[in-house]
Design a protein around this ligand. Sequence first.
Ligand SMILES: Nc1ncnc2c1ncn2[C@@H]1O[C@H](COP(=O)(O)OP(=O)(O)OP(=O)(O)O)[C@@H](O)[C@H]1O
Ligand SMILES: [Mg+2]
Length: 284
Amino acid sequence: MGACDCAGCQDALLALWIDKMGETGPVAILEVKGLSKYFGGLAALKDVHLTVREGEIRGIIGPNGAGKTTLFNVISGMYRPSAGEIFYAGRRIDGLPANKIAALGLVRTFQRTALYHEFTVLRNVTVARHLHVRESLFQVIAGNLKQKERENTEKALEIIEFMGLKHLVDEVAVNLPHGYQRALGVAIALACEPKVLLLDEPLTGMTPTEKGHMIDLIRKVHGKDITILIVEHDMRSVMELCEYISVLDFGTLLVEGPPAEIQNNEDVIRAYLGTEDILTVGQS
Ligand SMILES: Nc1ncnc2c1ncn2[C@@H]1O[C@H](COP(=O)(O)OP(=O)(O)OP(=O)(O)O)[C@@H](O)[C@H]1O
Ligand SMILES: [Mg+2]
């Protein structure tokens, strides 16, 4: 098969790759090798290695400034790594622009909501789809744009309903309660049809009820065969959601393991000493 970059060919390649890897055991859909990112003299990431299997919900935790958002920024192509390699579905992606990486199916949300605040819920999601689908010149000439527009709107409405935002479809984003704004952030990411979704602090600033609702939504998204990486300070939720957790501290990978191990790991407890994050699930 040629090196065509259209969405159809990329999907076919990904499916072939997953099929092939499925025969040989668990599939690493995302691999980070020796990743470093320097800002001047500051090492935000230092020689980080990470392997995420297809279908996982992977927690990425660590104290403030540990490098979690930087890791997402580098993986998603917002920043170029200073060193190291990133493979997505077997394909090397470090150095590709962010829009290209998103088009391949590796999509992120932001620590702070990245919405068009003056747009309605529907417009936010349809704009995201437009940017993802990018109507070709051929479609413009062939007059297929109206149909494409209809398809985009239908798909956007489907996503909005899936994310429990149907009753707010015509509401302007800035008027939404915080929990719904975060849900809209995820809806915008879903408009890009991700295979891997990077969620940066999806529960921040939420009430307990909003958190419960968002956790249910994340599980629902995961149920659509989407691999999820989640950066979050809410330890109770991370421990509940993730089967495996990677801990960053001062830009390095401190330890990885299942929640029960991470909670009791002395290095992790030490890294969190003096922070407000509570590692023990049983505590409130
Ligand atoms: N664009 C940038 N320019 C300079 N320094 C940066 C930049 N982005 C991040 N840093 C620095 O890199 C380090 C890691 O920051 P990062 O935002 O990745 O941490 P984090 O783990 O996401 O923290 P938090 O939990 O507070 O969100 C910090 O010291 C931060 O100040
Ligand atoms: Mg961060």
